[in-house]
Design a protein around this ligand. Structure first.
Ligand code: GLA
Length: 445
């Protein structure tokens, strides 16, 4: 049998990656890097396409992520290069007047926008928070290396944003000067991390133009090692929850299908717009408010009945198909019910649940069916990976992230992994596996 080691994507050794990156920085820019910052990618147990509806998400940080080595400049410019072969097009220079929403950008959708957007958003945050005030002439040289698959649905974009914002905070603000190098880590409070995550969201929404809802940035900046972050998107409060009960005797694996997704293209926005049209018809500002605190299936049925009543006389909803809007609505509502159930299971209400792994596995798989049939964001390879994982004895599996490409999360016992990897290799040679070990949030190295 062919060895399956090649399908695993290792997170690498942070110290080795840092020292390699710092050497490459010296070669590229002819001067030393002032530091290196890291932000992780994320997996998500549940809560897809509901962060922007104020639902609950249950992400955890990966050991894989994005490293940024940087040094400050005093001419307001950004010079950026990535070592990712699929994105590398040499050094990109962003002039000071091209930083921010609506600024002249050479190529829309270029990865540099995520970084320049974050510098703009940090400047905005600094306007109301003096310790985060960025020096007006501040600019930087950056070299980026990611151990995440780009576009793999594991938040490579948010990892880039969050590592970059720490670099800018460290190099361009009074807060960074007072807390040099790793001192930054202890100095950053939970509240700071929350504010930085929301600045990264602003960058992605207002500069890049992607409809992100905050799940990814919250995970990258606020996750805890060994924990799932239960993120209530009504107020972005977080409760770190132990997942020892799942991982005892089981493993979580992210299967990168090798089909890259793009959030900035139209489909993600269309799905979101369908659900927002349904929300508006229900007379609500945020869809989470359609359900009670601890929702059940019957509550979903009531809301769907109300939707049917309100849409009965209509041909379309804001020009959209009513049936499609109803499916998006059903996905969002059932996903909210699953999230609340998981939250309570992991909060300790699971006492007495004998087969917690299989209960959680069932929630994962139900989430996938909803992504496939109601949100309609899945794709053939993801569906095949889910079916294959279940056939090989996984407790559960689901597409995670925005969809239209990306990764499947699998909960499985270690004994079943060799057969699973062999079966996955038969589906596609582009498939890669990442071990999901709940890891630390963004930090200075
Ligand atoms: C992307 C977005 C997130 C979230 C997920 C789907 O990752 O950036 O905000 O909406 O899709 O859950």
């Amino acid at each position: 049998m062919r060895t399956t080691d090649a399908v695993w994507l290792a997170p690498g050794e942070p110290q080795e990656i840092q020292s390699d990156l710092v050497n490459r920085f010296q070669q590229e820019y002819g001067r030393a890097a002032s530091g290196t910052w890291f932000a992780p990618g994320r997996a998500n147990l549940n809560g897809e396409h509901i962060d922007f509806h104020a639902g609950r998400c249950l992400p955890l940080a990966l050991a894989h992520g994005t490293y940024v080595a940087a040094a400050p400049r005093t001419d307001g410019q950004l010079r950026l290069r990535t070592l990712d072969p699929s994105l590398d097009d040499g050094v990109t220079t962003v002039a000071p007047d091209a930083i921010g929403p609506g600024a002249a950008v050479e190529a829309t959708g270029h990865w540099s926008q995520y970084v320049s957007g974050v510098l703009w958003a940090l400047r905005e945050l600094g306007d109301s928070q003096p310790e985060f005030q960025v020096d007006p002439d501040f600019g930087a040289d950056l070299l980026v290396l990611s151990t995440l698959p780009i576009g793999g649905g594991l938040s490579s974009s948010a990892a880039l944003e969050c590592a970059s914002i720490l670099a800018f905070l460290a190099l361009g603000t009074p807060f960074g000067q007072e807390n040099p190098l790793q001192n930054l880590n202890a100095a950053l409070t939970k509240q700071h991390r929350k504010e930085l995550a929301s600045a990264c969201v602003r960058a992605e929404v207002e500069v890049v133009g992607a409809g992100t809802g905050g799940l990814d940035q919250s995970a990258a900046l606020r996750a805890r090692p060994g924990k799932v972050l239960s993120l209530d998107c009504r107020d972005f409060s977080v409760t770190p929850l132990d997942i020892g009960c799942i991982l005892r005797g089981y493993r979580l694996i992210a299967v990168d299908t090798g089909e890259a997704h793009r959030l900035a293209d139209g489909q993600f926005g269309q799905r979101r717009a369908d659900a927002e049209a349904a929300t508006a018809l229900l007379g609500l500002d945020r869809l989470r408010d359609a359900l009670p605190e601890r929702p059940r299936k019957a509550d979903v049925t009531h809301v769907l009945e109300e939707f049917d009543r309100l849409s009965e006389q209509l041909e379309t909803l804001e020009g959209r198909s009513i049936a499609a809007c109803r499916r998006r609505l059903r996905h969002a509502l059932t996903e909210m019910v699953r999230s609340e159930k998981l939250h309570h299971l992991l909060s300790g209400d699971s006492y007495g649940v004998r087969h917690i792994a299989s209960t959680i596995g069932d929630i994962l798989t139900a989430g996938h069916m909803s992504m496939r049939d109601d949100a309609e964001v899945s794709f053939d390879v993801a569906d095949m990976v889910v079916e294959t994982a279940l056939a090989q004895g996984a407790e559960g599996a689901r597409l995670i992230g925005g969809g239209f490409g990306g990764s499947v999360l699998v909960l499985i016992s270690p004994a079943a992994i060799p057969k699973l990897t062999a079966a996955l290799e038969r589906i596609s040679r582009s498939i890669r596996l990442l071990d999901v070990a709940p890891s630390a949030a963004a930090h200075a190295l």
